[in-house]
Design a binder for this molecule. Structure first.
Ligand code: KG4
Ligand code: ZN
Length: 340
């Protein structure tokens, strides 16, 4: 019999619900929150309120679009962390209430594991390839930047990670310095298409092993602009595309050089990327070129699974359902791993 899992994601500023049948996606509804744009970043209290407004219509639409009834759902998977507490509380509480009322199991999902497991979602009528174990995954989001060795669905080893800012955070911060709206990543991506990536050079950090650091890059961008603006107050305006392309180049180069080293060192040629920054068109192009040179089998997630979505929570829930790995009704969210 096919298993229907409802996934609920509310860790940051996207309220999302999805239904998965086995590993095949039936629906994936995402309600973004425009309210944060004017503040240049996510305002946690406004995010929780928006989740409260969105969660019922989003879940209702996900069930309707999947052409099923509530009674067909076998289990509810929700994001337990990491993320913003107020945001996580909305999804967690709703998942608990619904699991009690439907008398079905509750499954807690780790947001980062879910980003990686999105590679196992099957799309209806499309034969998409899935990676085989072990593979490396560069997980690049607004909160995390890691190279992971994925040995099994829930057996992840951290090979390298950022010691300060995440790659998505770097995109968002440089975008903010340039006066672009939040989230900055997609805006830099768009602007960079018109610019020269070698117009300006920003110094990349030299981290040991497979680790990353982005805070120095952000500071060098800030100081460079501050100096230029002293003599030309329209410097940003005149050089928007070149600035976007050059800083994007530095971020992408920092990521890919470590990924190449990690893949060679671990002798792994199945390489995946996941997380919001994996939507970046230049990162995808660059990795596609590198994959040819390095003879990698490269897995780029479909765009709907790059930024936060509940389909990835549902697929992680499906694999846990197979193991009967359910959680108790007293589960509480964790905002960071040290609070788990
Ligand atoms: O995975 P995600 O939706 O949320 C977290 O778990 O953090 O990632 C959001 C991050 C933001 O920093 C956003 O600017 C970045 O992903 N992002 C991008 C692009 N689309 C989203 N960064 C660069 N290029 C993009 N096209
Ligand atoms: Zn995420």
């Amino acid at each position: 019999m096919d298993t229907y899992i409802l996934g609920i994601e509310s860790s940051c500023d996207d309220t999302s619900a999805a239904i998965i049948k086995g590993t095949t996606l039936c629906s994936n509804i995402i309600a973004g929150q425009k309210v944060h744009e004017q503040y240049g970043g996510v305002v946690p209290e406004l995010a929780s309120r928006s989740h409260l407004q969105n969660i019922i219509p989003v879940i209702d639409t996900a069930i309707k679009n999947a052409n099923i009834q509530k009674s067909n759902i076998h289990a509810i998977a929700f994001t337990r962390g990491p993320g913003l507490l107020g945001s996580l509380l909305v999804g967690t509480s709703f998942a608990k209430g619904l699991s009690m009322s439907l008398n079905i199991p509750l499954i807690e999902v780790d947001h980062l594991q879910a980003h990686v497991l999105s590679h196992f979602i099957k799309l209806p009528d499309i034969q998409n390839e899935t990676p085989s174990f072990p593979f490396l995954c560069l997980t690049v989001s607004g909160g995390h930047t890691q190279i992971l060795k994925i040995n099994d669905y829930f057996d992840f080893e951290i090979i390298g990670q950022t010691i300060d800012d995440a790659a998505g955070e770097a995109f968002d911060k440089v975008a903010k310095i340039m006066g672009l709206p939040y989230p900055g990543g997609p805006n830099i991506d768009k602007l960079a298409k018109e610019g020269n990536p070698h117009a300006f050079k920003f110094s990349e950090a030299n981290m040991p092993h497979f680790n990353f650091s982005f805070s120095g890059l952000k500071t060098s961008f800030l100081y460079f602009l501050r100096d230029q603006l002293k003599t030309d107050d329209s410097f940003i305006e005149k050089n928007r595309a070149d600035l976007a392309a050059s800083i994007q180049y530095a971020i992408i180069h920092s990521l890919t050089k470590k990924l190449i080293l990690a893949a060679r060192h671990h002798k792994i040629s199945q390489i995946a990327i996941a997380g919001g920054v994996s939507a970046n068109s230049e990162l995808r192009n660059t990795l596609t070129k590198i994959a040819k040179q390095e003879k990698w089998e490269l897995f780029l997630p479909p765009f709907q699974f790059t930024t936060d979505n509940a389909a990835m929570i549902a697929i992680a829930g499906y694999f846990k359902y197979q193991k009967r790995d359910f959680c108790k009704l007293d589960a509480t969210p964790y905002t960071r791993y040290d609070q788990k």
